[in-house]
Design a protein around this ligand. Sequence first.
Ligand code: NDP
Length: 281
Amino acid sequence: MTVPSITLNSGATIPQLGFGVFQVPPDQTAAVTAQALEVGYRHIDTAQMYQNEAGVGEAIRSSGLPREELFITSKLNNGFHRPDDARREFDATMARLGLDRIDLFLIHWPLPTRYDGDYVSTWKVLSELVADGRAASVGVSNFQPAHLERIIGETGVVPAVNQVEVHPYFANEEVRAASHEHGIAIEAWSPIAQGAVLDDEVLGKVAAAHGKTVSQVTLRWHVERGDIVFPKTTRVERMRENLDIFDFSLTPDEVATISGLDRGEAGRRGPNPDTFDYIPD
Ligand code: NDP
């Protein structure tokens, strides 16, 4: 099973399919991530907010895999946007992961209604991490077009990725297009809508036509649109299933049919980044 890679605007390459660990309980993360690596995943997406970076670090070490074969992403938590906090908490992430260089580090949410609307100084800290060689690439998550314009306009530094909610019920085309205009790759979070698309009749028909599951055709739709995905599961058979999407293709009509399931704003599973202001305790 060969997972294709995408070249980011930083020059780094990222496996287009990875493994997400949101909602994997911290005490199970080392074992679950180790299993994902065993099955063949080489790209892991974690975050300070998930409280399971240490488990990811443990799995990396116990895998014995060469560091250069792995692509590891984490994200700055919402309470740490002030520059000194961001620098300190990046160090804490690296200690928990046991890494001296991370492949990708993101601002998790823009929080435009917090910090006096300043996410630009946070973005400057992330660019320092690249200059220091501690992050190979940096990017953002949940940034709307206006947020992208602002950080690029004020710093001249273009994020490598924008990790945003995308799935058949929420295609998020405006944000995808605005990101692409800047050469920013899209990472599609909740790619199977946390399971909400799995009973969809239209997707069921496409899946049956290929002898694949709904999860597989949905992930394939993302990949054919050029986005990066990292479905989450704690079950080994689903890890294998979600990885097994590179031996078939969708027709252009099937891609269009799946894209036609978009419900716009009503299709969101997560919060709207323009108003989301959650800061964990
Ligand atoms: P997903 O769309 O990946 O769906 C995960 C859910 O689907 C779980 O309940 C899982 O259950 C189930 N599932 C997975 N594979 C299958 C399958 N083949 N058949 C049936 N059910 C399946 O949702 P996530 O929200 O976890 O998104 C994926 C990743 O995106 C996260 O882990 C995280 O890395 C990232 N993310 C980022 C966000 C951000 O703000 N930047 C926000 C949300 C997610 P089970 O475990 O029981 O198999």
